[in-house]
Ligand binder design. Structure first.
Ligand SMILES: [Zn+2]
Length: 202
């Protein structure tokens, strides 16, 4: 499974970011260029990391969410060290005009199958996100394969379409991401303001 890294993250030009396209190819975009209808390349680098890059699947699904919500999505964390963020597979987002519950549903509808909902203490998941907190959404395929510098092209979730993703990051670090709830259990926990507000599935 997978083919060797083509090294494109190491070769990102100054002032550019990288997108791993659905066919596995690498494309470099100037920081200010739009990479989808509503998102610029640099929005996937709020930490200012160099070099940086993300998977096209992540960009596409975020744009689907943006279209459905009809209001801006603020990316507070994207490419950085640690967990699936380090492989360009994840973003943390805030939508001040929507509630945590609305965002979790929109993420699921857009195809995300690894979701974590983190509210700020003292607020409710029914409240809008203007109170703080974030939602982590993630296109990691759940394969458990973690060798840095390799392209993986087939997720182990057989119901999901194949897409290439690239292990930029830290071996094994993504096990901590999301709890094995069903999506309906996640939504029930959010509505009841209970803990355990992650989801991972196919
Ligand atoms: Zn995150």
């Amino acid at each position: 499974m997978g083919v060797q890294d083509t090294g494109c993250l190491r070769n990102v030009p100054a002032g550019y970011g990288l997108i791993r396209e659905l066919n596995g190819s690498c494309r470099y975009f100037p920081d200010n260029q739009f990479v989808s209808a509503n998102f610029r390349m640099k929005e996937f680098n709020p930490s200012g990391v160099r070099p940086y890059g993300v998977m096209r699947k992540l960009v596409n699904q975020l744009q689907v969410m943006r279209n459905a919500l009809g209001v801006p999505i603020i990316i507070t964390s994207a490419y950085r060290s640690g967990s699936t963020h380090a492989s360009g597979l994840a973003v943390d987002i805030v939508v001040p005009r929507k509630s945590f519950i609305q965002l979790a549903q929109a993420a699921y509808n857009a195809g995300f199958r690894r979701i974590e909902v983190v509210k700020r203490a003292g607020t409710s998941y029914s409240n809008t996100m203007s109170f703080g907190g974030h939602v982590h959404v993630d296109v990691y395929d759940g394969s458990g394969i973690s060798t840095s510098g390799t392209i993986y092209d087939c997720p182990t979730c057989s119901s999901r379409p194949c897409y290439p993703w690239y292990a930029f990051g830290v071996s094994g670090s993504w096990w901590a991401t999301s709890q094995p709830n069903t999506f309906s259990q996640l939504m029930a926990n959010l509505r009841a303001d209970r803990g355990n507000t992650g989801y991972r599935g196919c």
